[in-house]
Design a binder for this molecule. Structure first.
Ligand code: HAM
Length: 420
């Protein structure tokens, strides 16, 4: 029964048979957030587009090619948020959020939008989980933020992931590094893709991140950022590694991680799924010490990460992990006869009011048909009420897993179900 309308390209519906998996992943994320004492922040789905242009960067693919920009009725230019960090920092500045006790620890969940070619693990509307720790530049915080991501993936049961870290230095070190990259890539100018030729001018580090095969081959021999770090950045990066080692979190240093957003400095990291195909970055993050200033606030360091639930789902399915139990009612109420049905309508409400998940068949069908439906819903118990039982103020409770049944007094039913 295909209808006339289809979900927009690059988007999808989360259907009822799948939604419990999303709830499971979200719940585990919230649990870990509680353990690390992060609190939730919710920002709008659209923002002034400048916020992203200034922070994510005008030469980034996200801003240049992928932003859903629109003009509202008063001619203001907005964008559907392509990511969550800039909005969180915007809100932090706007609301003067307090640094408690020495940094603000915030988490968020929600849809992000990027107009890119859809493929496995890449969508135009996708759902991110993320955290931001604003206010501290202590390298311990870098390690703690990374350990949050590590704990989350581990708590879901994932094993096939690898943490890769890098330092992309600060403003002081990038100048020399950018020059070194320009020099290295200059002889290959004509072999680079057209995007990379532009990147070479404006932001040569981006070439290292290009997905085009030829560019990747050329980039293999490029100088390493790590050779251009100044003393402070080197010390910081060493400390982050030391803390991670103390936390027994294994990692590899990958000097090719540059991240696709302009606001990063120093620590950058990614959690890669070693089984997934091209879109294999489960989580990406890093430090963004200049971002608050770019958005008009005072100088304020920060670090965070975000990941997409879609890729997490793929990884979990790949590793055959459990998403807990799908939602089922505890009770299915079967009634036979008109008076029983009327009493059933009252009883079902009582059950629900007492916190018992209960289902009721509003069609007047045979007892057999109702029992079949009861089994189909996955209910643990069927309550069977006929006119005959009703006269005696009794009801039959049947355990649908083992078929055992007994009659009990209707007035005892809620207590009895609560005990089960
Ligand atoms: P990002 O690397 O652009 O970073 O995205 C983070 C994660 O979001 C990716 O690793 C991936 O799992 C998921 N993701 C990104 N684009 C898509 C897409 N089109 N479809 C499905 N999943 C996608 C950020 O967004 C930064 N705000 C992270 C951050 C937070 N850095 C510091 N704080």
């Amino acid at each position: 029964m295909a209808g006339k309308f289809k979900v927009p390209r690059g988007t999808y519906d989360i259907l009822p048979d799948e939604s419990y998996k999303w709830q499971f992943m979200t719940n585990v994320f919230r649990e870990v957030a509680g353990e690390f004492n992060y609190r939730e922040i919710v920002t709008p789905i659209f923002e002034k587009s400048d916020i992203f242009e200034r922070s994510v960067g005008e030469t980034s693919d996200i801003v240049e090619k992928e932003m859903y920009k629109f003009e509202d009725k008063k001619g203001r230019i907005f964008a559907l948020r392509p990511e969550g960090t800039a909005p969180v920092v915007r809100s932090f500045i706007e609301n003067g959020l307090l640094l408690k006790p020495n940094s603000a620890k915030l988490y968020y969940l929600g849809p992000m939008f990027r107009y890119d070619r859809p493929q496995k693990g890449r969508f135009r509307q996708f759902y991110q989980y993320g955290i931001e720790n604003i206010g501290s530049n202590d390298p311990y915080v870098d390690a703690e933020v990374i350990s949050f991501a590590y704990m989350f993936l581990s708590k879901l049961g994932l094993k096939n992931f690898q943490l890769q870290i890098n330092s992309i230095g600060c403003k002081n070190c990038t100048q020399d590094y950018d020059n070194a990259l320009k020099k290295y890539f200059a002889p290959y100018q004509n072999d680079l893709c057209s995007d990379c030729r532009k990147r070479l001018e404006k932001n040569p580090k981006r070439v290292l991140d290009c997905k085009v095969k030829t560019c990747q081959i050329i980039a293999k021999g490029a100088p390493s950022m790590l050779d251009y770090l100044d003393e402070d950045c080197t010390t910081n990066f060493n400390k982050v590694q030391q803390y991670l080692t103390e936390m027994r979190i294994s990692f590899v240093v990958n000097p090719k991680i540059v991240r696709g957003l302009d606001y990063y400095s120093q620590t950058a990291f990614e959690f890669i799924d070693t089984n997934l195909g091209a879109q294999n970055t489960l989580i990406g993050g890093g430090r963004y010490d200049g971002l608050a200033e770019q958005l008009g606030g005072r100088e304020l360091p920060g670090i965070g990460f975000a990941g997409g639930f879609e890729r997490l789902l793929l990884s979990m399915e790949e590793e055959n992990l459990s998403f807990g139990q799908p939602q089922t009612p505890k009770v299915y109420l079967v009634t036979v006869g008109n008076e029983a049905r009327s009493a059933g309508i009252k009883l079902i409400l009582e059950l629900r009011r007492s916190g018992i998940s209960a289902e009721f068949d509003s069609d007047k069908t045979s007892m057999n048909a109702q029992m079949k439906r009861a089994n189909k819903t996955g209910a643990a118990f069927a309550l069977i009420l006929g006119d005959d039982e009703l006269k005696r103020n009794m009801i039959i409770i049947k355990n649908l897993a083992n078929g055992e049944q007994k009659e009990i007094n209707i007035t005892d039913i809620i207590k009895s179900l609560k005990d089960k």
